[in-house]
Ligand binder design. Structure first.
Ligand code: CA
Length: 222
């Protein structure tokens, strides 16, 4: 079965272009232009990934992203008009998996969609009471379900599979964003912060991810 990508974009030309490229890459697609229609659609149709424009009629993309994250860990890639807006967006802790700056090449969007989906379908059973289900980024920790974004999942997987090893932010960025995009240290810090918070909620007495001041992060279940 083809994977469904929901394109939320009110510029019709752009939406059609994205549809063409994604369909050619063997995805099935659906386009929505009205922000108010997105959440009900996602609840009902459960797409594999969402491309989400921020400036929309009906409802803005920030609200939409937040609400979706309250019930789903579906990968979300935000489309935004300005690169300098991305830092601000990261600070808002929207739970998006990736950001793409407009104008973009449709080819680049397809590549990012593939990367994000590849991360999210990773499946691995982990010891120490951690288990990842087949959706790839829902983790069970000590029997508690933890909903992770694909980036958070990828970070956890990487750190855990090299338990005890210290990773610098630069090393984490390189692994998480292999396309060598420029992301700031804050990007990694922000994802790690959210990941740790989620793990702490599930298992308050277990500190699993440790920050080593000025150096980076490591997984340690000591
Ligand atoms: Ca728009």
């Amino acid at each position: 079965m083809k994977e469904m990508v929901l394109i939320v974009e009110d510029e019709q030309k752009l939406a059609v272009l994205l549809e063409e490229y994604l369909q050619r890459a063997d995805f099935s697609t659906c386009c929505l232009a009205d922000g108010a229609a997105v959440v009900p659609w996602v609840r009902e149709r459960k797409p594999e990934l969402i491309l989400l424009d921020l400036m929309l009629p009906g409802r803005n993309g920030l609200d939409i992203c937040r609400e979706i994250r309250s019930f789903s860990s579906v990968p979300i890639i935000i489309l935004t008009a300005r690169i300098d807006e991305i830092d601000r967006l990261l600070g808002l802790e929207l739970g998006a998996d990736d950001y793409i700056c407009k104008p973009f090449s449709p080819r680049e969007v397809v590549a990012r969609v593939r990367t994000v989906l590849r991360r999210s379908t990773l499946r691995k059973e982990l010891p120490t009471g951690l288990f990842l289900d087949e959706n790839g980024h829902i983790v069970s920790l000590d029997g508690q379900t933890v909903n992770l974004t694909t980036v958070e999942f990828q970070l956890l997987l990487l750190l855990h599979s090299h338990a005890g090893r210290l990773f610098s932010r630069a090393q984490l960025m390189e692994r998480i964003y292999p396309d060598q995009r420029i992301v700031s240290d804050r990007t990694i810090d922000s994802h790690i912060k959210k990941l740790r918070r989620k793990l702490e909620v599930a298992a308050p007495h277990r500190a699993l991810i440790h920050s080593v001041y000025g150096l980076g992060y490591k997984f340690d279940d000591a």
